[in-house]
Design a protein around this ligand. Structure first.
Ligand SMILES: [Zn+2]
Length: 234
């Protein structure tokens, strides 16, 4: 979590990841959540400031890889990981998936790559959370590759598999180059964006939907077909 202008009040932000099994393209993850590596990467200064600002609790068995193993999915079998952006709470599990290709936007990568330690930490990016061969394993989407329709106020998307099943949607404002994911599975639509992105978009969403409460926003969004019932669960 990295919130601009956030007040000094404790808040709980679960770091989530998503999983999709595609009949032809295998297992794809959306982000990787936290892992014990976050603790190790934030031992030294100045990275330790990150942990101090956003204390993280990672219990044994909480990492994406461990959760997948419990569901019978070997981390080695994960074919692809879409990284919504490069804040540490989204990439901390990246090293646990040795065979995965990474997909992210070129804009998001360019916003964090090659900076010094202090600058990286200030950007919420801890480079050692990524595998050493990250760039060789990454497909970085250029702006012109977002040419299929988006959803609602988000006008464009990138069709990940070329079959309309998963569309990656640029979500400006929270982090440069950030992506959301719209999945179309048997008769169901799921829109995955990170929790804190919702926070930074919430005022805008209320305005667009012309409502003032979360309940009214959900009701109106469902009426407009923008949300499935499951999408509103935290
Ligand atoms: Zn973030």
């Amino acid at each position: 979590m990295v919130l601009k202008g956030a007040s000094w009040r404790p808040a709980l932000f679960p770091a989530l990841f998503g999983i999709l099994r595609h009949p032809r393209h295998g297992v794809t993850l959306f982000d990787t959540g936290y892992s014990a590596r976050f603790q190790r990467a934030t031992e030294p200064f100045p990275q330790r400031l990150y942990r101090w600002l956003t204390p993280v609790r990672v219990a044994l068995g909480d990492s994406a890889a461990e959760q997948l193993l419990r569901a019978g999915i070997a981390p080695e079998s994960v074919a692809r990981i879409v990284l919504s952006h490069f804040h540490a709470d989204h990439i901390a599990g990246a090293r646990d998936f040795p065979n995965a290709r990474f997909v992210a936007s070129r804009a998001a990568w360019d916003a964090v790559r090659g900076r010094g330690t202090i600058r990286s930490t200030a950007l919420g990016f801890l480079p050692r959370l990524l595998p050493d061969d990250f760039e060789a394993r990454a497909t970085l989407l250029e702006a012109y590759e977002f040419r299929t329709p988006g959803i609602g106020q988000f006008e464009t998307s990138h069709d990940l598999f070329g079959d309309g099943s998963v569309r990656l949607i640029p979500l400006p404002r929270h982090a440069r180059g950030q992506l959301g994911w719209l999945a179309q599975t048997a008769g169901r639509r799921r829109f995955l964006i990170s929790r804190h992105t919702v926070t930074s978009h919430i005022k805008n969403a209320y305005r667009k939907l012309d409502v003032h409460t979360a309940a009214a926003a959900v009701f109106r969004a469902m009426n407009q077909g923008l949300l499935g019932k499951r999408a509103i669960r935290p």
